[in-house]
Design a protein around this ligand. Structure first.
Ligand code: UDP
Ligand code: MG
Length: 370
């Protein structure tokens, strides 16, 4: 029988204010999909080629845009799919702790090079209460207070990672808890390279499947307080094609190396209507408008509040001309020259007008977050 993967997919129909459920089939042989409306018991989308979809997008909680509808894969629909994908799509919770946030670009680049993919990313600032809850297993230990002081000392970046054998693989990559020991036993590890002492050890990794599930829920299935500052800022977006090619870390590294502060960062999944609304000022002005919207909604993007004096103007300078070909000739050290492919897939969006910096940050970190 032909190989096919079956999922239950949900789509929130805003017009009808209800969630619709589909059986979602994927056929690797010709990159085709088919959808069946579960409630109405009929074919919703006949089997058809769907070039935009990649096998890497087939995992539980993945968000996939199909003809302007944002579907979430909520469950497996048969045992074949479950057996085949459960191990391959194991998840863990990684944290770039406050001491290493200034190196997050480098660390995210290591993560990409080691073959992990990013399911969710969110910069948060933990309250003492939240940190105590996260580390509840260590309550009362001699280092507990010091650990809470450290974890609440600044923002941290929570990441839901996915890879085969993800939990063990990530623990191995970060190395022993104590950086001094890591430097002896596993000098290539992240804690060996970026950790300072027994408390400030750069990264966290879940230690078991049950911890991973609890910890992913802790960061990604509940609200955390908004840490955007909404002043002296501009918006940067790492576009979906660049996120999908694992370029996020390299781009963030460049931004950090050039002295910009990234005060908030989060992965977003834009619906068509949001992409349209956000890019509306370009409608009728830029001939590639429709493709720009399609690119922005084609998969997860990473939005950042970037803080600096004259942030919109200064950040625009390092992003470079909108056409990467032109950028490579005129401004070879700009982000678009380095990471862009063409005018649509030009790696990074930045706010155009100085007055719009705060507004664009608000669109992502106020409007979309609610
Ligand atoms: N920690 C500490 N002193 C210790 C042991 C741990 O400050 O003696 C901190 C350290 O930041 C560590 C965290 O507490 O990462 C959680 O400790 P655990 O033993 O769970 O280590 P991990 O799972 O993070 O490797
Ligand atoms: Mg632990």
């Amino acid at each position: 029988m032909e190989e096919r993967y079956a999922f239950i997919a949900e789509w929130y129909d805003a017009n009808a204010s209800l969630t619709r459920r589909y059986q979602f089939l994927y056929f690797p042989s010709d990159n085709a999909i088919e959808m069946y409306d579960i409630k109405n018991r009929r074919i919703f989308l006949k089997r058809s080629k769907f070039e935009a979809i990649k096998p890497e997008q087939l995992f539980i909680s993945s968000v996939i845009n199909v003809h302007s509808r944002q579907l979430t894969l909520v469950d497996y629909a048969d045992d074949f799919t479950r057996t085949k994908l459960t191990n391959r799509t194991e998840r863990t919770l990684a944290i770039i702790k406050p001491d290493a946030v200034s190196k997050m670009g480098t660390i995210l680049d290591i993560i990409a090079n080691e073959g992990f993919s990013l399911c969710h990313v969110k910069m948060v600032r933990l309250s003492r209460k939240a940190a105590a809850e996260f580390y509840a297993e260590h309550t009362g230990k001699h280092f507990f207070d010091q650990l809470l002081d450290f974890m609440t000392s600044g923002p941290a970046v929570a990441i839901e990672l996915m890879a085969p054998n993800c939990i063990r693989k990530w623990r191995q990559l970060i190395g022993p808890t104590n950086p001094a020991k890591a430097r002896e036993e596993s000098p290539g590890s992240i804690r060996a390279k970026f950790g300072t002492d027994g408390t400030r050890n750069a990264c966290h990794g879940s230690d078991s499947p049950s911890s991973a599930e609890r910890e992913i829920g802790f960061f990604f299935r509940r609200d955390h307080s908004n840490i955007a500052q909404f002043s002296n800022c501009t918006l940067g977006i790492i576009k979906p094609h660049a996120v999908a090619s694992g370029l996020g870390g390299k781009i963030i590294n460049e931004i950090q190396a050039k002295g910009f502060q990234i005060s908030v960062l989060e992965m977003f999944f834009l619906e068509r209507a949001n992409g349209d609304e956000f890019l509306e000022v370009y409608k009728g002005v830029v001939s590639e408008y429709t493709q720009m919207v399609a690119q922005l909604c084609s998969g997860p993007c990473i939005a950042m509040e970037i803080v600096a004096e004259n942030a919109p103007t200064e950040f625009r300078e390092i992003v470079g001309p909108s056409d990467p070909e032109i950028a490579r000739h005129l401004r070879p050290h700009t982000l678009r020259a380095m990471f862009g492919k063409d005018k649509i897939q030009n790696a990074v969006h930045c706010t155009d007008l100085p007055d719009d910096g705060v507004l664009e940050v608000e669109y992502f970190f106020r409007v979309l977050q609610n």
